[in-house]
Design a protein around this ligand. Sequence first.
Ligand SMILES: *[C@@H]1O[C@H](CO)[C@@H](O)[C@H](O)[C@H]1NC(C)=O
Ligand SMILES: *[C@@H]1O[C@H](CO)[C@@H](O)[C@H](O)[C@H]1NC(C)=O
Length: 493
Amino acid sequence: MLLLVVLLFAHSACCGARATPSAESRLATKLLANYSPEMRPFNYGNRTLVKVGMTLSQIISLKEKSQELTTSVYMTYQWSDASFTWNPDSFENIHILRLPAHVVWKPRIILQNSKDGDFDVSLLTNVLIKYNGELEWIPPALYKSTCTINVALFPFDWQNCSMVFRSATYDRSHMELGFAYGEEVFVDRNAFQSNGEWDLIQKPISIYNSNDDPLYQDMTFYFIMKRRPQFYVMNLIVPAVLLTSLSCLVFYLPSISCEKMTLSISILIGETVFLFLVAQKMPETSFAVPLIGSYMLFCTTLVILSVVFSVIVCNVHFRSKHTHSMPNWVTYLFMDKLASFLNMERPSAVKQTFRIRRRSSVDAQKAIVIESSQRPSSILYNNQVERLLGGRIRRRNAPLDFGVVGTEGELNDMPCTIKPNIKNIAEPLKPTLKTICYIAKYLKTEDNLSQSQDDWAYVALILDRLLLWVYLTTFTLGTLAFFLQATMADYPT
Ligand SMILES: *[C@@H]1O[C@H](CO)[C@@H](O)[C@H](O)[C@H]1NC(C)=O
Ligand SMILES: *[C@@H]1O[C@H](CO)[C@@H](O)[C@H](O)[C@H]1NC(C)=O
C-alpha cells in the first residue's frame, strides 16, 4: 500500500511539471506557428542581406600535385527575419533562442570551387535567434577547394589560394552578401592550429560584383601562404648539392683506375632519384618550371657531361704511338700553354727516370762493346781464346786481333750500328753480338713507346685538371645563382 502511494505521488509530481510547457517551448511554438522555412526573409529593400564570415581553425593541407587546399573552418551567416521577434519579458526573459537548423530558413551559400563535390557545410548546428529578429548560424565545415599552384619558386614559394562562395539559390536581385567580421578571415588564436608547412601571411576577403552581369555576386576568401622551406632544403636540396659536388671528383680520379665512368654513372642514378622526387611532388603544369626542377636538371646535365668527358679523357689517356700520333697543336696547347697555365709542370722526376733508363740502355751497349773489345773470355775461357787466336800470344796492351774477320756487309745487316772499332769480329761471337744488338734495339723502341704513352697520359691529366676547374666553376656559379634566385623571391607582406 505504501509503495503504491509513493508511486502515485511520484507520477503526479512528474506529470504535473510536464503539463505546463517551458517558456522556451512556448516561444518556439509561437514563432514557428505560421512560419515556413522555405520563404526567405525580406530585410534589405526587397532583398535579403546575408553577412558572411569565416573563422579558420586549421589549414589541413595544400596538395601541390592535385592542387587541392583542405581547410577546417567555421562559417558564420548572419541575417535578420522579422518573423523572429518577441518581447523577452513575456517569455521569462529569454533573449536568445536556439532552434534546429532544419526548422528555419537558411541562406544556402556554397563553395563554388569545391574539389570533391562537397559544396556545403559539414554539420547542421542549431541556429541562434535573438529577440530582435537577428539570426546567426555558425556551422563547421571541412572544405576541399581548388587552388592553382604557382610552382615557379618551389620550394621557396608562396601561394594565393581562394575559396569562392556564392548563393546557390538566389542571385543579387534577391540576396546581397556582406561582411560579418570585416574584410578578413577571422583566426581564433585559441582554436587555431598552425600548419607545419604553410605560414599564413594574409587572409583578406573580397566581395566581387561583376560589371557585366549585375545579378552576379560572389564572396572570395583568400589565403596567402608562404611555404616553410626547411623540409625541402634538408631532404632535397642539400643532398642533391652534395651528390652533384661528388661528380667533381670524377676529374680528380686517375684515369688508370678506370673508375671514372662507374663513379659518374652512380651519381647520375642518384641524381635521377632526386629528379623523380621533384617531379612526383609537382603538378603536371607547363605554365612554369619550378626553380628546384631547373636546378636538378642543371645538376643532371653536369653529371651527364662528366660521363662524356670521362670517356674522352680515358680515350686520350690510353692512346699510344702505335694508334695515334700526337698533333703539334696538342703538344703546343697542352704541354706548353695549359700545363703552365694550370701550374702543372711535368715533374722532373719523370724526365729523370727517362734519362736513367735511356742511359742504362746506352751503357749496356757500351759495356758490351767494351767487353767484346777487351776480350772477356781471356779470363774465363782462356783455352778457347787460345784456340780462337790460333795459339798466338798477345802482348797485354796490343790492339785486339781476332784473326778471323767478318765482312762489312754482314755487320751492316745487324740490327744495330756497330762501333767502327769492332768492325773486325771473330766468327763465333757474331751471333752473340747480333742478339745483343737486337736486345738493345728492342729496349730503345720500348723506351720510345712508353714515352709516347706517357705523353698522352700527361695530356689526359692536363685535360682532367682543366675540366675539374671548369666543372667546379660552373657548378658553384649555378648553385649560387639558384640560391640567389630563391632568396630574391618577393613575398607579399
Ligand atoms: C521591391 O519590389 C517591388 C515590386 O516587386 C518594386 O516595385 C520595388 O521598387 C522594390 N523595392 C526595392 C527597394 O527594390
Ligand atoms: C591573390 O589573387 C587575387 C585574385 O587573383 C588577387 O586579386 C590578389 O591580389 C592576389 N593576392 C596577392 C597577395 O597577390
